[in-house]
Design a protein. Sequence first.
Length: 202
Amino acid sequence: MVKRVAIYVCGLLMVSLGIVLCKKCNLGISPISSIPFVLELITHIPFGTLTMLFHLVNIALQLFLVRSIWNMKILLQIPVAVLFGRVINMMQYIIKIDDTKFINRWLALALSILFTGLGMACMLNMHLVQNPPDGLVNEVARIRKLEFGRIKVVYDMITLIIAIVLGGVYLHRISGIGVGTVVSALMVGRVSEIFKRRIGTY
């Protein structure tokens, strides 16, 4: 159990780091963070706080899918959502990237994909409390009997479309969407699936 908790916490930190790196690289926000990113521009509420609220929505969707509001495995994701928000807000102040250099931006994006995929795999394979967005993807994958990675790509595309619509309606422009967004949408789920097989299940 100690090993599982340690790997889980490392996974949570890595996912948070991956999200912040993607935001800082200025090549386009990752799809999983695109909605909080656009809402930050609209409302000026801190990014980490909006990420927490976005995660709470994912928890509500999971409860809807399992048709129960008292599923403790899902309800335990609430403190994880709060922790994610706080860690992301903290990391935003700690991590600095010189985005004037092209190589730094692409290196940050590559590390973002690596950390996010690895972190997701660590959290999922420990079978403790899931990251709410990953929990939703995992629940859909279980119901549809499909691989997590395949559903993850679809999930990312849906969140991206919602972010584009929000930006168009409230900001009259597409914000935070770039080549990094597309690369993340295509790669994070696949990287996660690779690490899930290598890490093993505990």
